[in-house]
Design a binder for this molecule. Structure first.
Ligand SMILES: C[S@@+](CC[C@H](N)C(=O)[O-])C[C@H]1O[C@@H](n2cnc3c(N)ncnc32)[C@H](O)[C@@H]1O
Length: 272
């Protein structure tokens, strides 16, 4: 079920890409020199980026287990990133083997790895799609094969909405997906923020690396109230929208000094 639909020419290795930079933060090897250089410059400015990426993944594990244990059996993971083990389907299918997962990303390099890691046994699929085009994602044949819109779905938007600029109306995009989903569906979301780095010149510079060098939209860090807006009309589940490590922790928290610099909000909400 891997609909790659791209050519090698489309993989732009001349500029750093956030998926490959993120892969570098997580210790992965699916990145190019141009990505490593940019990512390392970001890490030099903001070393907390590494624990932030790790905490974002740990949140993903807990939130996916939570929605599956709540009864959800289908997941749409948009902006899934270069596969990092365990991935969404592995976490979900460990909790319930019959969970189906549709993965979407707009980066061809993610697609090259998806065939080997994200597709299997008829219960997982991957296709190239752009979050900013809900109709083409929702009507994609792979979604048609995997997702039954009469049953609850978990929509995962992890560390992706900060690549959507305000004038692209990210809240309307979230609404467009949720409108297509039935009651009992869930939204799982993380979003980076500068709330924990007020007036931090290094963070501003790190963001500029994404803005000026990246083969992508700039990074839009949002304050708590703007991220909260993405949950409008949903029942935001306990403990609400919090720093990612504080969302239903299942082990020790990072030490207070490190926690103070985790600029990622995470939350899970249910559609009534
Ligand atoms: C920081 S990674 C997050 C990966 C994973 N969701 C996680 O949280 O661990 C962001 C991913 O979003 C993808 N992405 C960015 N903008 C996108 C868009 N408009 N449509 C689809 N994917 C997008 C990037 O290619 C990248 O793989």
């Amino acid at each position: 079920m891997a609909d790659q639909g791209f050519t090698a020419d489309e993989i732009d290795t001349s500029r750093p890409h956030p998926a490959r930079m993120y892969n570098y933060y997580l210790g992965g090897r699916d990145n190019y020199e141009v990505d490593r250089d940019a990512a390392q410059r970001v890490i030099d400015l903001a070393p907390e980026l590494v624990p932030m990426a790790q905490e974002n993944r740990a949140f993903m594990h807990r939130a996916v287990r939570f929605v599956v244990e709540s009864g959800v059996r289908q997941i749409v993971d948009i902006g899934t990133g270069i596969p990092t083990s365990p991935n969404t389907h592995q976490v979900a299918q460990e909790a319930a083997p019959d969970v189906r997962v549709a993965y979407v990303d707009n980066d061809p390099i993610v697609a090259t790895h998806a065939g080997a890691h994200l597709v299997g046994a008829g219960r997982t699929g991957f296709f190239l799609g752009d979050l900013r085009d809900p109709q083409s994602i929702l009507s994609h044949p792979t979604i048609g094969e995997l997702i039954d819109f009469d049953q609850p779905v978990a929509l995962m938007l992890l560390a992706i909405l900060h690549f959507v600029e305000d004038d692209e109306d990210p809240a309307a995009l979230v609404d467009a997906y949720l409108d297509a989903l039935p009651a009992g569906s869930h939204l799982i979301l993380t979003h980076s923020t500068a709330d924990f780095h007020p007036a931090d010149a290094n963070w501003a510079e790190a963001r500029d690396i994404y803005r000026t060098k990246g083969a992508t939209a700039p990074l839009t860090l949002r304050p708590h109230e703007q991220v909260l807006r993405f949950f409008d009309g949903l029942e935001l589940l306990e403990p609400g929208l919090v720093q990612a490590p504080l969302w239903r922790p299942d082990g020790p928290l990072p030490d207070p000094e490190q926690l103070a610099h985790i600029g990622f909000y995470g939350g899970v909400a249910r559609k009534g």
